[in-house]
Design a protein around this ligand. Sequence first.
Ligand SMILES: Cc1ncc(COP(=O)(O)O)c(C=O)c1O
Length: 447
Amino acid sequence: MSKSDAIKELYKQYVMPTYAQSLTLVKGNGTKVWDADGKVYLDFMAGISVLNVGHCHPKVVEAVRKQVAQATHFSNLYFNGNQARLAERLARLGLGGKCFFGNSGAEANEGLIKLARLWGHEKGRHEIITMKNSFHGRTLATAAATGQDKIQKGFEPLPVGFVYAEFNNLESVRALVNDKTVAVLLEAIQGEGGIVPADEAFMLGVRALCDEKDLLMLCDEVQCGMGRTGHWFGYQNCAGVKPDAFSLAKALGSGYPIGAVVSNAKLADVFQPGNHASTFGGAPLACAAALATIDAIEEEHLLDRARTVGKQFADEMRKFILKYEHVKEVRGKGLMLGLALDQSAKPLASLLIENGLLTLATAETVCRFLPPLNVKDEEIEEALEILDDCLAQWHGLGQKEEEESAQEEAPEQAAETPAAAAWAETSETKPADEAAAAAPTEPDAAP
Ligand SMILES: Cc1ncc(COP(=O)(O)O)c(C=O)c1O
């Protein structure tokens, strides 16, 4: 029995089957991962946007190694310097207020929800408007906040107090505001919803609506935060928009579990001792990993890199729209990119894995690319080659024949296809209406 088969057997017997695993991975370095049988893959999903500085970044490894030998945990009943320093860094990068630390994205979003409810409590307001096709986590409250039936089904009764607006439709948000509304919660780019960026006008409109009605604007930055979109936080893609608070997790600790609620000054002292807590939240080891991650992003200028490499990668992928019938759109920002197909993306994602490129199908028809922000130019080229080959195979085409016909036809098609003209104008396209509206129906393998 191979090593990976032995591990699969143990999973079969002892691990609850909440995920549909494919490979058995044993080692990572930068953008590369190795499976139990020694095969190397390019990791273009980076733990679903966890490894923004790549696997085993030397700075993070060193910080964790040092800290683990000094102290892993103190209770939050004592001050710890790493937590203080991390809160300061996040407050300065974000909203100038204060932070609360937990251990995961769902826990960070629970924190946001509780913060909003406590803030609105005396005014008798508790209802939160979230978006259809959003994803906020798998705890009961965050599943209730998630605007997707498939996440909620079977777990009823769910906590009350969430209503769902159309994403990128300000009137739909406005129509849900009533005297119980306390906040609007949204992702600046819906990740699980299919890499759908919020329009700038929508973000500005939500901010203005929140100001007008005295509501809190809350952003879930769990997937699109920590430099992923070419800015520290996804909402910063919309100049002039600042939420009142946002959640972080995933890439914050480069794989060491940590989540955070980051607030502005208005919400900084809403939580008081006894209101909210988490045993492991903000422990020295997790904060050491997060501080080293922030240092690495700053020192290696990874925000700029995410923007420039992301644009090159997206531009190259857009060429596949002309070349392959079933490729319809490339969308996203920075290195949070989706290749939208006109049918299920799962067979393509499986083919890519077989050929050494890890990606993830999402929202049924979208193949999602989330490589580390320090991905090398040659790794992008290699990924594009694998993608090109797999698209050809998946379309049932011989690669050589396809390249020849694309070369002959591309100039004419570019003039004729409206989508191609739009892509020529901007590298950050808006989703097609149909793709944005396509509600996922099956449980995904992740998250
Ligand atoms: C936007 C968003 N929010 C929240 C979560 C939940 O995070 P976690 O799995 O760490 O609880 C995820 C996970 O994919 C996410 O993408």
